[in-house]
Design a protein around this ligand. Structure first.
Ligand code: PXL
Length: 271
């Protein structure tokens, strides 16, 4: 079988175990070729460190895409993560309609968590992300991001009706399929809901006591890699979710800034 080629569009956080430093090894472990379009170069990710440096790579993104246009490059899928500015979202939307046309469009709507936006983002960014989400084949929001995208109130405790309203509102935006992360109906479990406007699937798994930064990126990368290796959306969700749980279990409490996914990569190679 021919190896699939995925383009991952997100930042390089030099230290922090997130975005491209996760996507490259995780997608590769799935047996899928991982190419990159870096959106920014940061000293660390933007959460929990005293500050961070950020080199915006918007101008370079345009040049790289223009070169690929001349080369006639094709990607089987484009997977977007942390984008640094609203303008970058526009560039990705243009690329979806141009050079990236024909490949699967997977958008991880990275904007925030726990009811709040990440420090670098504002309402203008959310408005652009809403447009990108509308054009995607699959979006991977957490509940915070789903609320910002749809304008619904963020809730820490909710029932299935609330989640259904969020899913309906997300599909109404235009995305073909929603993979909603962090959906928890009990203290000891959490999970992922998949919805395409008709069929719904909920994958539930153990909820661990602790939260680690970067789990969303590990999930999205594993999901994308497994999907491109030929798994169904549902199977890719289940295996990626189990992988994240194993990675969190594997992470020392003192290791506060990311997830120690590296010792578990062989789980993806085998599956
Ligand atoms: O994990 C998402 C992410 C990626 N990249 C950067 C971030 C974050 C979340 O905080 O700050 C730079």
């Amino acid at each position: 079988m021919e190896t699939k080629r995925v383009l991952s569009i997100q930042d390089i956080s030099c230290l922090g175990q997130c975005s491209l430093t996760v996507a490259l090894p995780v997608i590769s472990a799935c047996g899928v070729e991982a190419c990159v379009l870096p959106s920014a170069l940061l000293s660390t990710h933007t959460m929990g460190f005293k500050d961070f440096t950020c080199l915006d790579l918007t101008a370079e993104m345009k040049k790289i895409l223009a070169h690929w246009e001349r080369e006639g490059v094709f990607f089987d899928a484009a997977y977007t993560g942390y984008l640094a500015t609203a303008e970058q979202i526009d560039i990705v939307r243009e690329a979806f309609a141009g050079r990236l046309k024909g490949g699967l469009r997977i958008v991880d709507t990275v904007m925030g968590d726990f009811g709040k936006l990440y420090p670098a983002f504002d309402g203008g960014f959310v408005n652009e992300m809403r447009k990108l989400a509308a054009e995607a084949d699959i979006i991977l929001p957490n509940i915070t991001e789903a609320c910002y995208l749809t304008g619904m109130d963020y809730k820490e405790e909710y029932d299935e009706n609330y989640i259904q309203s969020l899913l309906d509102a997300l599909i109404k935006l235009g995305a073909k399929q929603v993979v909603l992360k962090g959906v928890s109906y009990s203290k000891k479990t959490t999970g992922v809901t998949v919805y395409d406007g008709k069929d719904k699937f909920y994958y539930s798994h153990t909820k661990l006591e602790r939260n680690c930064h970067g789990t969303g990126d590990v999930f999205a990368s594993a999901f994308t890699g497994l999907l491109m290796r030929g798994k169904s959306v549902r199977d890719a969700v289940a295996v990626a979710a189990d992988f994240v749980v194993d990675c969190i279990r594997n992470t020392d409490k003192e290791h506060w800034y990311g997830v120690s996914f590296e010792p578990n990569l062989s789980l993806l190679t085998r599956k």
